[in-house]
Design a protein around this ligand. Sequence first.
Ligand SMILES: CC(C)(COP(=O)(O)OP(=O)(O)OC[C@H]1O[C@@H](n2cnc3c(N)ncnc32)[C@H](O)[C@@H]1OP(=O)(O)O)[C@@H](O)C(=O)NCCC(=O)NCCS
Length: 197
Amino acid sequence: MKPLDKQSQQSVTPAAQPWLIRAEQPDDTDAVEALVDLAFGPGRFAKTAYRLREGVRPDARLSFVAQDGAGDALWGSVRFWPVVIGESLALLLGPLAVVPQLRGRGIGISLMQTGIRTAAALGYGAVVLVGDEPYYAKVGFARLTPGQIRFPGPVDPDRVLGLSLNGQSLTSLSGDVRRARIDIAVCASSAPVGGGA
Ligand SMILES: CC(C)(COP(=O)(O)OP(=O)(O)OC[C@H]1O[C@@H](n2cnc3c(N)ncnc32)[C@H](O)[C@@H]1OP(=O)(O)O)[C@@H](O)C(=O)NCCC(=O)NCCS
């Protein structure tokens, strides 16, 4: 799918066109990265969540995109990264982004719901994220107690949210949040790797 440059951004019409959610494919990568760049800008790499993504690939089974019905344009994207919290494998949701002109049509919520449903079916126990509670509460996220889980950098405690996928109470989620593994060699080691490192 073609990358989303400024020109194709402007040509997207907000009319009630049909759209669908599907698994991200390798040739979507450029378009997804262009969309995430547009939504968050280059400053996103400085965020604490990126320390948990550095050198780690997202779980490819949980990367979904929204596209228009004709399959010509990418309208939204969600990815999930594996993390370890305390001693448990979990997921970090995000980035989640929708083309600005097409927001407010349920695309973001559908992307998350598809990912969450698939994550539960794969056996993941919980998802965490740093984000706006009023939005993520729409798919079941709740604020965690400040300090309950500890990110490898500064985060606003009011924006640390969690969702249980296995029926266990969110209070069972505790400890340091670490990278689940290293897939790609990185120069600087920021967040410790999970599994006892
Ligand atoms: C956040 C984002 C993904 C939402 O996508 P979307 O497709 O517009 O969302 P949906 O259509 O599924 O949901 C829209 C609803 O969520 C609400 N909403 C959207 N963003 C919100 C926010 N930050 N806080 C509270 N409510 C929010 C809308 O008001 C709307 O509510 P309504 O249904 O009661 O009218 C999109 O705005 C975006 O890409 N933003 C830039 C990137 C970003 O901030 N990502 C999230 C990181 S924390």
